[in-house]
Write a protein that binds this ligand. Structure first.
Ligand code: DLL
Length: 449
């Protein structure tokens, strides 16, 4: 529900937030509790999986008397969604489902998610809220380079930008030359893309002799994959823009579960009037009530939806590793720290844990090296030890000789900050595959066990 003030603010191009964005923490928690009580009862009554899981765990929706009681309820995992493929997680009859999205399902079956008309309206409202927080205003032209289709990025961002009152350019991902042409011709104010795809666009502009800092773009709202402060700096300087984060996942909604404020640029605010976040100890095999961690502690992010009709989701384990921080620009809504990685994307190299974002952070501090890199894991014949090779492009103007010393610096810095020994292979500019959306950084060539 938007208040008349917020509606008129949208119409006039003002930046006044929704009422729920500015309520006090106490008011917000009261709202969360009533919505949570409704959601667990609704899920229990309508989705057989939840009934089964709650019964097995010996909990009933009436056990939820205060917010911390949520810890008594069982988790939901991607595996649960796969087992209930395609529609058994839906809490409404199919004719009430207005849209379906699905994850690509690189391993096993895709996970399918559904939305009622009301869910779509809530989703658009939250994406609009996120974009507005990130500097986008009604009337602006928005170039949407998230992929359209079953992926929630394209259509989710599209509906949010429309709801905000923007002029949307639905270009989708790929066809980089064409993207550049349209950025020049249509002169958009904002671009929505994955960080690595924006990098691809900037890089292709440079190759065409266009200065990426000279375009009409002023704002970028970037997400769908992990990225670092160093990458933010790289993109902001190269493109002369303000770049903010947007976070989300299809199982919980899509983009817009959390969004970053341009005035603080200090991490995405989780829209807690629609989602209750928790952090759990991801690597404890017996995760349960006791494993809920306090604010500020690092662990796996877990979400419970508070308003969703088609796919209520209870304590969904995202596998995303981060921590909860106090709200700043939107004080009642806690922020999430940058996602260091996913628990299932962590490289364990001779006992040391490593994420691609750590390499990004270190590499981008070395002036000779570009943000284009891949991590290759191998186990050479006859050896028991795994080997990590960081393959990274040198910057355009850098000579082969100076990139050799940069390689040494990178290798040493990785050893110091991460604790892993690796080989660094500096390659020619333009020789590594470019991103079209979510970039694959890890190439695991080790023999399968
Ligand atoms: O990536 C939704 C989205 C689209 C978010 C566009 C933002 C912008 P999925 O394909 O289900 O949904 O992938 C979700 O992507 O669990 C994270 O691992 C990762 N992810 C999404 N946003 C961020 C972010 C979309 N801002 C998975 N930072 C999530 C880091 C992110 N990782």
């Amino acid at each position: 529900m938007t208040t008349p003030t917020a509606e008129s603010a949208l119409a006039t191009g003002d930046a006044v937030p929704d009422r729920e964005e500015t309520i006090s923490r106490d008011e917000l928690e009261a709202l969360q509790l009533s919505r949570l009580q409704h959601t667990v009862a609704y899920a229990y009554d309508r989705v057989p999986l939840y009934k089964r899981k709650f019964d097995e765990a010996g909990v009933h929706p009436t056990d939820l008397r205060e917010l911390s009681d949520l810890g008594k309820f069982p988790f939901t995992t991607k595996e649960d969604l796969r087992l209930e493929y395609p529609f058994r997680m839906f809490a409404v009859p199919q004719k009430e489902i207005a849209r379906i999205h699905a994850s690509s399902g690189t391993t096993g079956r895709a996970t399918v998610v559904g939305y009622t008309k009301q869910d779509l309206a809530d989703w658009a409202k939250l994406v609009a809220r996120s974009l507005r927080a990130s500097g986008v205003r009604p009337g602006m032209k928005v170039h949407n380079a998230y992929g359209y289709g079953l992926f929630t990025g394209g259509l989710g961002a599209h509906a949010g930008a429309e709801a905000l009152g923007c002029t949307v350019i639905p270009i989708s991902g790929g066809q980089t030359e064409r993207q550049i042409q349209l950025i020049q011709d249509f002169e958009p104010d904002a671009i929505l893309a994955t960080p690595t795809y924006l990098l691809t666009i900037a890089d292709a502009m440079i190759k065409q002799g266009i200065d990426p800092a000279s375009t009409s773009l002023k704002y970028a709202v970037l997400g769908a994959e992990p990225w670092t402060e160093e990458m933010r700096h790289e993109l902001e300087v190269t493109m002369n823009i303000k770049a903010c984060d947007i976070y989300g996942l299809s199982e919980v909604m899509g983009p817009g579960v959390a969004g970053e404020a341009v005035e603080t640029q200090d991490g995405s605010h989780i829209w807690e009037d629609h989602f209750r976040p928790e952090i759990i100890d991801a690597f404890n095999p017996a995760v349960g009530v006791d494993s809920v961690l306090g604010d500020g502690e690092h662990g796996e992010l877990v979400f419970t939806s508070l308003t969703k009709e088609a796919l209520p989701i209870i304590r969904y384990r995202t596998k995303d590793l981060t921590r909860l921080l106090p709200g700043t620009a939107r004080p009642a809504h806690r922020r999430m720290g940058r996602i260091t990685g996913r628990s299932d994307d962590m490289i364990i190299l001779r006992g040391v844990n490593l994420f691609p974002s750590q390499i990004e952070e270190i590499a981008l501090r070395i002036p000779e090296l570009s943000p284009h890199f891949q991590l290759e894991l191998t186990r050479p014949e006859g050896q028991r030890m795994d080997q990590l090779t960081v393959r990274i492009e040198r910057r355009d103007a850098v000579s082969v000789e100076s990139s050799a010393s940069a390689a040494k610096v990178l290798q040493q810095q990785i050893k110091i900050h991460v604790g892993s020994s690796c080989t660094v292979d500096v390659v020619d500019p333009g020789s590594l595959e470019r991103s079209n959306g979510k970039l694959r950084r890890i190439y695991d060539l080790r023999p399968k066990a």
